[in-house]
Design a protein around this ligand. Structure first.
Ligand code: GDP
Ligand code: MG
Length: 449
């Protein structure tokens, strides 16, 4: 990778260039003349892959060639094409059959006679680029000059870059849920969380319980939402990976570090058990939902709480109760979770529905199941794999797929990122709306009664 890693290709020309590929692809910069001046391409191909080489002209035109494999000194490449791209237009053409080559000698890269890059030795370290649309060509560069040459020392030459082209395989042409991935969407979501008021006057905050197996990303989700509000990644001690004796921990989400509280509180508990590990029992989970257990309550695996347990509230009020439940599941494991876990979750769901508490599934680790999503979360609703995992999650819990929300949590190494924030905030938004709707219905029905 070149030192800054920033390409001369602006977004408009990149969009045009990407349209020339039948499948969605991404470009990774490997070489940039203005930074790697003294070097050649030789060490950049690494024996495999697809590439493009681009020369940027001062006129705004970017011209270059695509190689479906690393060029060699034999050079044949049936899929080679040449392109000419501006901010508003892109043209692509194939060289004549006998010129379908990407011939590389170390100092020269040739695409037939149409386009030749020649690196000259010290002391100048320049590139000479020759364009030709000879008389014998049916197709050629749009301006139909016969031959032309430009050298990297000239004012008309801006830069020369080499990219690796990689497919983003499972990305669909259009998303199945529309999201505007912009800074203003993020700000709107933050504003809506900051200004959110619970529709029940006596409640300053709604309590959302996170339930799921170990490692699903329950604690990370709480930290991630906090990170979004603090505009930096935060870390809190974990509340438990299924080991006995873990506590009920409530975390109020603040508008910023030391800032006022929002109306959202998360309750993190020990994990639900899977076949081999005893975790939170159904009766303990329900006791939390009903508000019987105080913050800081220590769960004991195998010893469910009872009305003599420390801090047990015999008659919990509305503010003690759980107002929404998030079932947190890992997209990577959705097809391999145990039947026991499924049974536990379905039992919980039935009982929680009876208590009129809205339930949503949070599907984490979507960045680990799709390459494109790992690159950029904005592909989440165009990824076939993510769609498939969301459907599997819906089947697993037996809920409609619209109740499944994908997220990428902030794992340790990830810096704050606008699209990651948007996906997290949109999950919070949907959750708060579901809770509002339910509380609203309950208020209305209690007034009517
Ligand atoms: N890449 C990625 N890692 C995640 C995500 N969510 C959680 N993790 C990681 O998964 C591990 C378990 O997460 P944690 O929040 O402790 O799970 P919990 O047991 O449900 O509380 C941690 O190492 C997290 O950093 C996610 O969406 N993407
Ligand atoms: Mg945890």
């Amino acid at each position: 990778m070149s030192s800054s890693g920033i390409s001369t290709l602006d977004l408009e020309r990149e969009d045009q260039l990407l349209k020339l590929f039948p499948e969605p692809v991404r470009l990774h910069l490997l070489y940039k003349f203005t930074e790697d001046r003294s070097k050649s391409f030789s060490d950049r191909f690494h024996g495999a892959g697809e590439f493009i080489v681009v020369v940027y002209l001062a006129s705004g035109v970017a011209r270059g060639a695509y190689m479906s494999k690393p060029p060699t000194n034999q050079g044949s490449d049936e899929k080679v094409f040449l392109f000419d791209v501006t901010t508003t237009n892109a043209t692509k053409f194939s060289p004549p059959d006998d010129c379908k080559t990407a011939l590389f000698t170390g100092s020269t890269l040739e695409f037939g006679k149409s386009l030749i890059f020649r690196k000259v030795d010290p002391p100048y370290f320049n590139w000479h680029v020759f364009f030709s649309s000879g008389d014998d060509f049916d197709t050629g560069w749009p301006d139909h000059f016969i031959t032309s040459q430009i050298t990297s020392g000239h004012a008309g030459f801006k830069d020369l870059e080499l990219f690796r082209v990689s497919g983003i395989g499972d990305v669909l042409p259009s998303p199945w849920r529309e999201v505007s991935w912009t800074e203003s969407t993020r700000e709107d979501f933050i504003e809506s969380l900051v200004s959110h008021k619970v529709c029940v006057e006596s409640l300053s905050s709604v309590r959302v319980l996170l339930l799921g197996p170990t490692g699903a990303g329950k604690s990370s989700f709480v930290n991630s939402v906090r990170s979004v509000m603090f505009k930096r990644t935060t870390h809190m001690p974990d509340s438990g990976a299924g080991a006995p004796g873990h506590k009920l921990r409530s975390s109020i989400i603040r508008t910023g570090r030391g800032g006022p509280a929002t109306s959202l509180t998360f309750c993190d508990v020990m994990a639900l058990g899977e076949a081999e590990s005893a975790g939170l029992s159904v009766s303990d989970a329900l006791a939390v939902v009903k508000g019987h257990l105080p913050d800081g309550y220590r769960f004991q695996s195998g010893t469910p709480c009872h009305n003599q347990s420390s801090g047990y509230r015999a008659e919990p009020g509305i503010k003690d109760r759980i107002h929404g439940v998030l079932f947190v599941l890992d997209a990577r494991k959705i097809t391999t979770y145990s039947d026991d876990l499924q049974k536990t979750i379905r039992t919980l769901q039935d009982k929680i529905s009876d208590l009129d508490v809205p339930q949503i599934v949070l599907l984490t680790h979507v960045d680990k199941v799709c390459h494109a999503v790992r690159e950029d979360v904005k592909y989440v609703y165009t990824s076939r794999t993510v769609m498939d995992k969301m459907q599997k999650a819906a089947e697993f819990v037996s809920m409609p797929v619209c109740n499944v929300l994908p997220v990428r949590n902030y794992a340790v190494e990830l810096a704050p990122d606008c699209n990651t924030d948007i996906l997290l905030l949109s999950a919070v938004h949907t959750l708060l709306q579901a809770i509002d709707d339910t509380l609203d219905d309950q208020c209305v029905s209690s007034t009517v009664e």
